[in-house]
Design a protein around this ligand. Structure first.
Ligand code: GDG
Length: 736
């Protein structure tokens, strides 16, 4: 494979298709860069970073020599790393899994979905192929930006090969509700594939929310304001609404050739002052074309006075013609257009100008310029750039945009006439409102939208996404800084080694042992008991296990270890095996009889949740409940109890999948202070995972080693990513 000029720290844009068009005429291959807002905006980033495109060139070479020629030309002259696909791969991966499974599923057309194992295998194979080809020509210092539903497995593949590299993924189509996504037999693989990224972008907040909800339900990963912690990585999910190249549109409109075309078109279709309605779509079932035609037919029959006073220009761009649903759609649309033209047309007037072809962008712009109304009514659309291009092209602020609420663009174009595409009446009403709208109103609506389109253009979009990746890169290096690296671990072990009196304070659940679905299942295993015993028996050590658990469980599970046990977050203490349990604070427990019924109601309302009664406290656990219901109800319960317990001596805590009520002033920090006063320690180590452990970290003297297991805001000095790594640290301590 000839090597593209390699510079470290490049931005590699990976998408199904390269932004080039390859044609062959009279035996000669010609390669042209494809125009288009996205490719231009990405190329514009060249000034800051070398940009390389990787993807299928859209052409199957006829010989090895031809492939070699295309390959080297693309590398040398177009900054492209081509991935050549065979006819079979294109059929099964592109037309198959991508366009007959993911596309309809993500657009809520479940009845159009096929779930063919061989197509899924081809999808995996092509994602692997992309991966293998890309790594041959890239380095860990490169940044990868993977695009769209064709390559959802690629981020994970890249992550396993380059653990430290920066990877972004952007989905151009909607991400459906988790109820729809879970239909996919290979949902977890697809999800894990995408989660290999550092930054995952969607057009709208809704799609991001749907994605986060699927991640939670299917894989159990929670998020904090869009940040998901997966082992020692952080994955950020956010929305980046894509824009259009508004400046370029305005420049093209000022060109003489465009002005000429506008005049020509006006003469041809606007004669007799006819109003022009325009739609521009790929011929795709997600674009709602039949719904729109039905509405247009109703409009013509309900408002005969408008006949001959308008024309509807309908540009349909051929798309995925080898998928059978698309071929049926073409037939359906064409017969409908014929029916409407036949029913309402006359030798002087055709209601619909139907164009089934692709036009160069410069020829499309005059259509935007002459259209009084743009009728953009997709059934479901990730964003819809046609709506934005129309607005950008209305340089005199005239014109009306009719837009369906199910297009992502609706989130930013609220001044449009927003319609429900399934309601014929809605579209008819919007058409009449648009036709009768005053110039002032048109301009008021259009001006606001146009300014937004200019401000948030395609360049703004590429830049925000790249900045998003940079921000995560900084976050990653900050995390590295706080991580208990080998260097810091060595320092800790050496301080432990030279310590003469050492206090070790360990939390139990989530620190020494991983969480289990049922609290009673998180028993200490043989290895853990052995490690704790070894540490407790060292003459210089004072080991304390400080937990929120009740004293009975602690006694049963850890009672034989010669260490201090602290139960119920510090309410009870057993100093050593010779002493008995002592309450740290005596408080009344009368409140329990009032709070218990409230907790029981929630136990009944949230399947899988349960109430735990402790001597001084009560806890409602929801780890086993449906994650979303659990979160909603827990917040509700927290609010209810907060009011109820105000002015009492009880304190309310929202811990890790638990709501707990305990006496005020009893917390792990208090317990730690009591322990610190028992002797003079020259080495102090505290381990914890939960926010209840933050009290413990806060109470530590300067120089103490405090480690949070897992990530999140903390007072601890260091992070360790999991109980598994915490266990490793205990092993190392026992070896000293
Ligand atoms: C996917 C998502 C999301 C149209 N006809 C011609 C032509 N076009 C250009 C338009 C526009 C683009 O194609 C169409 O973009 P859309 O956004 O409307 O739709 P999809 O193709 O389905 O795109 C969509 C998009 O990705 C971006 O993330 O918005 O939701 O489905 O730019 O101008 N261009 C030329 N000739 C034509 O005849 N040259």
């Amino acid at each position: 494979m000839p090597s593209a000029k390699r510079k470290s720290g490049r931005l590699i844009i990976v998408s199904n298709r390269l932004p080039v068009t390859i044609t062959k005429r009279k035996g000669k291959v010609a390669i042209q860069p494809s125009p288009g807002g996205l490719a231009t905006a990405l190329r514009a980033l060249q000034t800051e970073k070398e940009v390389v495109f990787s993807g299928w060139p859209g052409y199957i070479p006829e010989s090895r020599n031809e492939q070699k020629f295309i390959d080297s030309t693309l590398r040398e002259k177009h900054s492209c790393l081509p991935i050549f696909l065979t006819r079979r791969e294109i059929d099964k991966y592109y037309y198959g899994f991508a366009n007959r499974t993911l596309w309809p599923l993500f657009h809520y057309f479940t009845s159009y979905c096929t779930f063919e194992k061989s197509e899924w295998e081809a999808y995996q194979h092509v994602n692997q192929k992309f991966f293998k080809e890309i790594i041959q020509d890239s380095a860990e210092t490169d940044t990868f930006w993977v695009h769209d539903y064709h390559l959802m497995l690629l981020p994970h593949l890249l992550r396993t090969y380059f653990p430290q590299t920066d990877i972004g993924f952007f989905l151009h189509i909607p991400f459906p509700s988790s109820e729809i996504f879970r239909i996919l037999p290979w949902r977890n693989e697809v999800m894990e594939g995408v989660l290999g990224s550092d930054l995952i972008g969607f057009h709208t907040y809704e799609y991001a929310r749907h994605f986060l909800s699927s991640v939670l339900r299917l894989l159990g990963y929670e998020n904090e304001f869009g940040a998901i912690s997966i082992e020692d990585r952080i994955v950020m999910v956010d929305n980046f609404p894509m824009g259009v190249d508004a400046q370029n549109i305005m420049t093209l409109l000022r060109q003489e050739s465009t002005k000429k075309d506008i005049k020509k078109f006006q003469k041809a279709v606007k004669k007799k002052d006819r109003k022009v309605i325009l739609s521009v779509d790929r011929l795709d079932y997600s674009k709602g074309i039949p719904h729109r035609l039905k509405a247009f037919e109703s409009f013509l029959s309900q408002y005969p006075e408008w006949r001959e006073k308008l024309v509807y220009i309908m540009l349909c761009v051929p798309s995925r013609t080898r998928v059978k649903d698309y071929a049926f759609l073409k037939q359906e649309v064409e017969s409908f257009v014929g029916k409407i033209n036949g029913r309402f047309g006359n030798p002087d007037w055709m209601p619909i100008y139907y164009l089934y072809r692709s036009l160069p962008f410069e020829r499309l712009l005059p259509l935007y310029a002459i259209a009084d109304i743009a009728l953009v009514t997709p059934v479901r659309d990730g964003m819809n750039l046609v709506a934005k291009e129309y607005v950008a092209a209305r340089t005199d602020d005239s014109g009306v945009l009719i837009l369906s609420g199910t297009a992502g663009a609706e989130a930013e174009l609220g001044e449009a006439l927003v319609v429900n595409v399934y309601s014929r009446e809605d579209i008819v009403d919007a058409l009449i409102q648009a036709l009768e709208m005053s110039e002032e109103e048109q301009s008021r609506r259009m001006r606001t939208m146009r300014q937004r389109i200019i401000d948030y253009d395609i360049h703004h979009w590429t830049r925000s996404f790249i900045t998003g990746i940079e921000e995560i890169k900084n976050l990653k290096s900050q995390r590295e800084h706080w991580k208990l690296t080998d260097k810091w671990k060595k320092k800790l072990l050496s301080a432990y080694h030279s310590g003469k009196k050492r206090l070790l304070m360990f939390d139990y659940d989530g620190t020494l042992i991983s969480f289990a679905k049922k609290p009673e299942d998180a028993k200490p295993d043989v290895e853990l008991k052995k490690l704790l015993l070894l540490l407790a028996k060292k003459r210089k050590n004072h080991l304390a296990i400080i937990s929120g658990r009740d004293r009975l469980t602690m006694e049963q599970w850890l009672g034989d270890i010669p260490c201090t046990l602290v139960a119920e977050h510090g309410a009870w203490i057993r100093v050593d095996t010779r002493s008995s349990w002592k309450a740290q604070k005596t408080v009344s427990t009368e409140w329990k009889s009032q709070v218990m019924p409230i907790l029981k109601t929630y136990e009944a309302r949230v399947p899988g949740s349960f109430v735990e009664e402790k001597e001084f406290g009560l806890a409602w656990h929801y780890r086993k409940a449906s994650p979303e219901l659990g979160e909603i109800r827990s917040c509700e319960l927290f609010d209810n109890l907060n009011e109820f317990l105000a002015n009492t001596d009880m304190q309310l805590m929202h811990g890790n999948k638990v709501i707990e009520i305990r006496p005020r002033g009893v917390h792990k920090g208090q317990a730690a202070q009591n322990l610190l006063m028992m002797d003079t320690y020259d080495f102090v180590l505290a381990l914890g995972d939960d926010w209840t452990d933050e009290d413990l970290f806060r109470a530590l003297p300067e120089g103490a080693y405090s480690i949070k297991i897992g990530y999140g805001t903390t007072k601890a000095r260091f992070f360790l990513d999991s109980p598994k790594n915490c266990r490793r640290l205990l092993h190392d301590l026992t070896k000293i």
